[in-house]
Write a protein that binds this ligand. Structure first.
Ligand SMILES: [Zn+2]
Length: 349
């Protein structure tokens, strides 16, 4: 363990974001063949430590997919005393290098296996059955709070759940009436979203039930029943994220469908790459986008009840939930029935 990645610059970069940078550094070192990581960050160590202490004390540890876990690799976050014992000038030396120090570590970690399931339903396409449209939402939420209160998750993601069910019912009815979709439609109700998009990652990285290279698009529904209190303007809106990232055609189609059938205000505030919330990376569609599958993420924004017991069904705006669900249905219908699948014409980042 002698690879040192150092911080040589104070410029804003992909390495500057506190919540993503350690993961990216660790991944890079792992890709370059590191056997493990000893990580020192004097500024953020107290934050890492309090997070680990919290996880240790209420047995709500980190979750990973067992199938993708590399058990031979450890990342160890160390404090200043230990860092200086290993490399006395660590805080002033910014150049990469090797240090010839032998470190012996004794540490414990405990793991528990937890089972969970995605729920998948499928309507086979009539004349293009091997092309797939995936409509997704997540069935999990964050559970019971440390004070014993139930986090209801009516908006996150009860709203997406009922939208998914209504859309599935509409497609099924069309099929029964002899008007089934030309392409196959997959209703993917994923688990473990709140633990790091695990259900969708399992689907894309471990066991895609339907081939990813024949998957035309993913429409992901996560929080569509509320109004963002920070937003001005028409209440009949929805934030769209990602529609133009991989396919201009998908974006145009989505706009056209909305002006034709639903006339919602499509708000692209959070579609901005520079938006600090980075919602594009934070729900299940991202696992499809990283596989070059065009996606649209439908989202109402956060609110005071986000991830709290007070996210209850009485606060859902049912008229808006209905309008937004109709928009997603019409978009899915167009994707499933148009002559050609939407084309990927933009590079993934
Ligand atoms: Zn959610």
């Amino acid at each position: 363990m002698a690879l040192i990645l150092s911080l040589g610059s104070s410029e804003e970069s992909i390495w500057s974001n506190m919540s993503e940078s350690p993961g990216k550094r660790i991944q890079l070192a792992q890709d370059k063949g590191a056997k493990g990581i000893i990580y020192f960050d004097s500024e953020n160590f107290p934050r890492f430590k309090s997070r680990f202490d919290y996880m240790k004390n209420n047995s709500s540890g980190r979750m990973n997919l067992k199938d993708l876990e590399d058990e031979s690799f450890s990342s160890i976050f160390i404090d200043q005393t230990l860092a200086k014992a290993i490399m006395p000038n660590i805080e002033t030396n910014n150049s990469p290098g090797e240090i010839d120090t032998k470190v012996t570590l004794a540490f414990e970690s405990s793991n528990e296996e937890v089972d969970s399931e995605n729920v998948v339903a499928f309507i086979q396409g009539t004349d293009k059955p091997n092309e797939y449209i995936i409509i997704s939402s997540h069935l999990d939420h964050i559970g019971i709070s440390s004070e014993g209160e139930i986090n209801n998750g009516a908006d996150d993601d009860g709203s997406g759940t009922v939208a998914l069910l209504e859309i599935a019912e509409a497609f099924e009815k069309a099929k029964e009436d002899g008007n089934g979709p030309r392409r196959s439609v997959v209703f993917l109700h994923v688990t473990g979203e709140e633990k790091g998009l695990l259900g969708s990652q399992y689907y894309t990285d471990v066991e895609p039930i339907f081939p990813l290279d024949q998957t035309v698009a993913n429409l992901n529904i996560d929080m569509v029943g509320r109004i963002d209190p920070k937003r001005d303007g028409d209440r009949n809106y929805i934030y769209l994220i990602g529609s133009d990232k991989l396919s201009s055609e998908l974006h145009e189609l989505s706009e056209e469908i909305n002006s034709k059938y639903t006339q919602l205000e499509l708000d692209y505030t959070y579609n901005d790459e520079n938006d600090p919330n980075r919602f594009y990376y934070r729900s299940d569609h991202y696992n499809f986008a990283k596989n070059n599958i065009p996606i649209i993420f439908y989202f109402n924004g956060t609110h005071d009840d986000y991830h709290r017991p007070s996210d209850t069904p009485d606060k859902i705006n049912y008229d808006l939930l209905e309008n937004r669900t109709r928009l997603i249905f019409y978009t899915a219908w167009e994707l499933a029935n148009r002559a050609n699948p939407v084309i990927v014409d933009k590079a993934a980042d």
